[in-house]
Design a protein around this ligand. Sequence first.
Ligand code: CMX
Length: 133
Amino acid sequence: MKPSHIEHIGIAVNSIEEAKVYFEDVLGLECYAIEEVADQKVKTAFFMVGQTKIELLEATSPESPVAKFIEKRGQGIHHLAFAVENTDEALNNAENKGIALIDKQARKGAEGLNIGFLHPKSTLGVLTEFCSK
Ligand code: CMX
């Protein structure tokens, strides 16, 4: 059940086009994929740093969790995603230990990964995601 590594760090941004400039020109990272995840109402852009990714998140609708987040808190770190062997098992394990789940079961996220979220109220204010292949 122990996560193998931090799969990605999600950062909420107003505009991927504008935010990309910092990651590319200042940090020298390469944006290797841009993908819309309709289910989550976001557009995503990915950069690799070692075995961890930076995931930029731009809302595609005012009802997107990312739009609500930016409205309340402004741009910034939105969530932390752990790579696990099996997302459903990791969610079950967390629930059995009293953690409130956002997703009872894994669903498909960016890059075809199986993803599931834990509620930030149960995880020290940090929206937490499990990801597995
Ligand atoms: N990190 C920490 N706290 C967060 C948060 C975040 N990313 N987003 C919301 N919250 C907090 C709010 O600040 C608020 O706290 P207070 O009650 O103290 O004010 C509380 O959660 C409720 O916030 P809300 O704006 O009323 O939003 P909702 O309850 O409607 O939704 C959440 C919050 C976390 C359940 C929702 O954003 C969610 O389901 N997130 C998971 C899915 C997601 O974020 N998808 C986008 C990324 C997808 C991807 O990576 O592919």
